[in-house]
Design a protein around this ligand. Structure first.
Ligand code: AMP
Length: 349
């Protein structure tokens, strides 16, 4: 989606991909095949670029830094990605800016885990520090007791968070450009099934979002953050707590391709290349997005003209895997969601 949105801007864009049938390779005339593990591949690729950005934060920043030519423009900066890709420095960053988040503790061993059981009596969520996504690496212990074997599931360490009895989950994305221009995408509500995003709709209003936006603007200015920053939130009914950050374009803003006059992907390129950031403008009063999550069956897509289909061209259909998404527009976010959910029934995944 980043590539598809770069081409109309006149950018000569390429992708470094593991395989020719990767979704990104399929839509890019300049797909360069190589391995992120291989320094020679990386050096060769990076030496030809003016600028580089990432679709995933799970990159080896130290290795990348060693393989990069000195003046390559990287957005967001590698140090920023490093501070967010690991949940421990991410939590510390939020604490430093007094941005409300679920109470947390570092968990490296059995002793830490039993301490956590005492502190979070009303349940906790153990999250591996690195490489967790779509619920992988997230373990919920609602009764506040954990089997220590869970610690064997990752060798990157964990954090534990107190279980938040949230009323709903929200998300928002901020964009900051090289020269400091800043825009806020609409606040949205997301629904997760099995810790995985199922649907998003909006726009949503919440009185807590204005002060939170100011806090994030300060944080992004201080970090010299460039690009899209996605923020997942818990609405407890009393306050907004940050669940997690992603230093990239994000599933919770995929609606923007069809619902905004400038998508999150276009904003990301504009921000990184210091092009003007357009005012955020909705194409309709309400919008929704429903993920097409794999069910491991034979796929049948629906071409009913109810909205927009975005199919990623992934070859493996695993249960829960994000294979694509659909978006709809309507008078309200709720109506758009109803329409998307009824259309969703017509897909076989
Ligand atoms: P994450 O991988 O951190 O985004 O977590 C995936 C999902 O697990 C979230 O979207 C929530 O539905 C749930 N979850 C994560 N952390 C907590 C928490 N501290 N309390 C309650 N539910 C949580």
């Amino acid at each position: 989606m980043l590539l598809l949105n770069a081409h109309p801007l006149g950018l000569e864009v390429s992708v470094f991909a593991a395989q020719s049938n990767d979704p990104a390779s399929q839509v890019c005339g300049r797909a360069v095949l190589g391995s992120m593990e291989d320094r020679t591949d990386l050096r060769r690729y990076l030496s030809k670029l003016d600028a580089v950005t990432f679709e995933s934060e799970f990159v080896d920043t130290a290795k990348l830094a060693r393989c990069m030519p000195q003046n390559l423009h990287v957005f967001p900066r590698l140090e920023v990605i490093e501070g967010i890709q690991d949940r421990l420095p991410q939590k510390r960053l939020l604490d430093r800016y007094k941005i409300p988040t679920a109470p947390w503790r570092e968990v490296s061993n059995k002793r830490d885990l039993s301490e956590v059981e005492n502190v979070f009596e009303n349940g906790f969520v153990l999250k591996q520090r690195r490489f967790g996504y779509d619920g992988y690496g997230t373990f919920v212990f609602k009764n506040g007791k954990a089997d220590a074997k869970v610690l064997l599931k990752s060798n990157h360490g964990f954090i534990a968070e107190g279980f938040v009895p949230f009323k709903r989950e929200l998300a928002i994305s901020f964009v900051r450009s090289v020269s400091g221009a800043f825009v806020t995408l609409p606040l949205v509500q997301s629904v997760q099934v099995n810790s995985r995003c199922f649907s998003v709709h909006g726009p949503i209003s919440h009185r807590g979002i204005k002060p939170l936006t100011q806090q994030f603007k300060k944080l992004m200015d201080d970090l010299d953050y460039v690009g899209v920053l996605a923020v997942e939130l818990f609405d407890t009914g009393k306050e907004l707590l940050v669940n997690e950050l992603a230093p990239r374009v994000h599933n919770s803003a995929h609606y923007s391709i069809d619902a905004l006059t400038c998508s999150q992907f276009e904003y990301h390129w504009r921000a990184g290349l210091d092009l003007p950031l357009p005012r955020v403008e909705l194409k309709s009063k309400g919008f929704a997005m429903v993920n097409l999550l794999g069910e491991g069956g034979r796929v049948k897509l629906s071409y009913k003209p109810m909205g927009h289909l975005h199919w990623y061209g992934k070859f493996e259909n695993r249960p829960g895997r994000k294979l694509g998404h659909i978006t709809t527009l309507d008078e309200t976010g709720k109506k758009a969601l109803e329409r998307a959910l009824s259309w969703r029934k017509d897909f076989q995944l």
